[in-house]
Design a binder for this molecule. Structure first.
Ligand SMILES: O=C(O)[C@@H]1CCCCN1
Ligand code: NA
Length: 676
């Protein structure tokens, strides 16, 4: 997709400036609608769908979480996704440009988008690195996570592995070589290598573009679905898979009362669609002006949602299988205990069930017997698939542990494993390209001095990303990934999107925006969107923001750590320095918004002052009008004064709309020169 944009940028020379709207005729457009949709899907569908969504679902009540997610997708996700698509398409600029266009004071929203995007890119590439690590390890037969390694010169298994599972051991010890807590700064050198490779791939993709045309894109977007489907079919054939899926779809409605679950569902909506990243805006800005962006919004959201469901089905099928095995072991252990107790006379012979109990029969038998004889006092416990389902598979490792486990049960397991990690690589890289575009494009647009050294700048970005990314490939790196994932990809996103929403619905004007969209679509979009943007999405997000803030204040933030000695996960509190770091993440991401706002407010104030003192030295950026020429008022949708903006702002909006990025940059430079 990068290629198409770059190509288009190069091919604009042949397009003549017809009519009075130079910006519209010089702006490059996508080669085809399919290409554009694939690019949007490629960016939005990513590791989050197979790695983040299933574990959130698993953590937060399965089916009930799914319903909640769908609800929030419909009332917050789609309206805001539509808003970003429409804004990009009508204003036809990258994230910084769009918000600057609405008001220069709001340009900070674009910078904040860039910061959030960089934070995500930093840890996202680490996950790609993990995938590469697993991919390389898939070339062994049997797979290295199939059996526990033995202690040196002995037949005994490594205790940490024997006490957990080979897949868990491989993840925590072999891949991450994780420390017991977030403290400690040893490097995990094999992972450093994988991260270098991951950044190398991203950098290569960014510089060269995807070489062999659209065909690669068709492949890279279809491939993940084929792999997921194969895995689903294979997964469904495993025993207990149906139970897993049944449990997933059984809504635990009580979680609807938990504000934190709402918060997690909503942030996942933002993360999945890429709201607030700026990449969506950048892509849609290359659209034809009359493209049906409402249809796109619904289509892309739908594909994204279905992908999450598909991935979750696979994960839950596998979890069900795993729970089935665990339950079997549990039943066996307890039956052995009962047998011994009867043998030494502690229990009556008649409670012993006749024949072997299946997993499904055990629990009813247990309940029935327990009401007659207190089995618990003998240390005999209930065994239920539902309970086993929740054991030990939470947090970021879920997909890696669950999937790797599944693959060991397939014939030709290394092949499947390779396929799976190739798929992750595929999903991750296309999203990383979108992310990098979300960082690099607005910066190049905004700082024209960088534009001549685009390649150097791209390489520098990647190297910086790699260097900062080294914190994630320490032995404690996984804990930083969780921290970034929990805090930098959540609260700041909400803040950015709230401001985006306010900027369009209240600064620019929802009615005006609706009219703009009418101009693009040919008909007015459903009226409900207006009310959504004006009230519902904003209130929803403010509620979310408050929920997140309150949680941060009353609840000590914790993280899931691996304890080597106990071979078990435990929740630990962040040390003070980590808390400080976490707060910094949020503050740094949100800071550009007030800074730019203040900068422009103060500048305007100074300008007004100097004007009222009759200072003629200042030219109010009128150079822009000279560039663009007259405005075609009648066919111009919405930007003619209808009282929503203060006059100066409206003026700016009018001018901005008719400019190419280059013009705006020149105008900025001119203004700055004039000011200086
Ligand atoms: O769900 C994902 O993996 C991506 C992350 C970046 C934004 C779009 N969605
Ligand atoms: Na992707």
């Amino acid at each position: 997709m990068e290629k198409s944009i770059n190509d288009l940028e190069g091919s604009t020379a042949g397009v003549s400036n017809v009519g009075l709207l130079p910006a519209e005729s010089t702006r490059p457009t996508w080669g085809s609608k399919v290409q554009y949709i694939l690019a949007q899907v490629g960016f939005s569908v990513g590791l989050g769908n197979v790695w983040r969504f299933p574990y959130l679902c698993h953590q937060n009540g399965g089916g009930a979480f799914l319903l909640l997610y769908l609800l929030l997708l419909l009332i917050i996700g789609i309206p805001l996704f539509f808003l970003e698509l429409a804004a990009g398409q009508s204003i036809r600029q990258g994230s910084i440009g769009v918000w600057k266009h609405i008001s220069p004071r709001l340009a900070g929203i674009g910078f904040a988008s860039c910061v959030v995007c960089s934070f995500v890119a930093l840890y996202y590439n680490v996950i790609i690195g993990w995938s590469l690590f697993y991919m390389f390890n898939s070339f062994h037969y049997p797979l290295p996570w199939e059996n526990c390694p033995t202690l040196m010169n002995q037949t005994q298994e490594v205790p940490e592995c024997a006490m957990s599972k080979p897949t868990t051991y491989f993840w925590y010890r072999t891949a991450l070589n994780i420390t017991n807590a977030i403290e400690g700064s040893d490097m995990n050198w094999p992972m450093v290598g994988c991260l270098v490779l991951a950044w190398f791939l991203v950098c290569g993709g960014m510089i060269k573009g995807i070489k062999s045309s659209g065909k690669v894109m068709y492949f890279s977007s279809v491939f993940p679905y084929v792999v997921l489907l194969c895995f689903l079919i294979r997964g469904l054939l495993l025993e207990g898979a149906a139970d897993g899926i049944r449990i997933m779809f059984t809504p635990k409605l009580e979680i609807w009362g938990n504000v934190q679950v709402w918060r997690q569902a909503a942030t996942q909506v933002f993360f999945a669609l890429g709201l607030g990243f700026g990449s969506v805006i950048a892509y849609s800005s290359y659209n034809d002006r009359y493209n049906n962006c409402h249809f796109d919004a619904i289509l892309v959201s739908f594909i994204n949602f279905m992908t999450s469901i598909l991935a979750t089905l696979v994960v839950f099928a596998v979890l069900g299988f795993r729970a089935n095995v665990l339950t079997e072991t549990c039943v066996q252990t307890n039956m052995d205990k009962i047998f011994h107790l009867i043998h030494n006379g502690s229990l009556q012979q008649d409670i012993m069930p006749i024949g072997n109990l299946t997993n499904a029969e055990y629990s009813p038998w247990y309940k029935d017997t327990n009401s007659k004889v207190n089995l618990q006092q003998f240390g005999i416990e209930d065994c239920r698939v539902e309970v086993e389902m929740n054991k030990g598979v939470e947090g970021t490792g879920l997909a890696f542990i669950a999937f790797t486990e599944a693959m060991t049960h397939f014939p030709a397991s290394p092949f499947w494993s390779l396929l799976f990690f190739l798929m992750l690589l595929n999903l991750g890289l296309s999203t990383m390209f979108g992310n990098m575009q979300g960082i690099i494009t607005p910066l190049l647009d905004n700082f024209s001095c960088l534009r001549k050294k685009k390649t150097t700048f791209t390489v520098l970005c990647c190297i910086t990303g790699l260097l900062i990314g080294l914190i994630f490939v320490q032995r404690a790196g996984n804990y930083y990934v969780s921290m970034f994932d929990d805090y930098s990809a959540t609260l700041p996103l909400i803040i950015v999107v709230i401001f985006e929403n306010i900027a369009i619905a209240w600064v620019y004007g929802a009615e005006r925006f609706m009219e703009d969209i009418r101009g693009m679509l040919g008909h007015r979009p459903w009226k409900i969107y207006k009310y959504m943007w004006q009230y519902i999405t904003i209130l929803g997000m403010i509620g979310l923001l408050l929920a997140s803030l309150i949680r941060m204040c009353i609840e000590k933030p914790t993280y899931r750590a691996w304890n080597e000695e106990e071979a078990n996960e435990e929740m630990l509190e962040y040390p003070p320095w980590a808390l400080a770091m976490l707060v910094c993440l949020i503050v740094i991401a949100a800071l550009p918004i007030p800074i730019v706002f203040l900068k422009h407010t103060i500048q305007d104030w100074i300008q007004k002052k100097s004007k009222s003192y009759g200072d003629c030295g200042y030219s109010q950026g009128n150079t822009v009008d000279d560039i663009t020429g007259p405005i075609e008022g009648s066919t111009d949708h919405g930007f003619t004064g209808n009282g929503y903006l203060p006059v100066e702002m409206e003026d700016f909006a009018e001018r901005g709309k008719l400019l190419t990025n280059e013009d705006i940059d020149e105008a900025d430079v001119d203004t700055e020169n004039a000011n200086g």
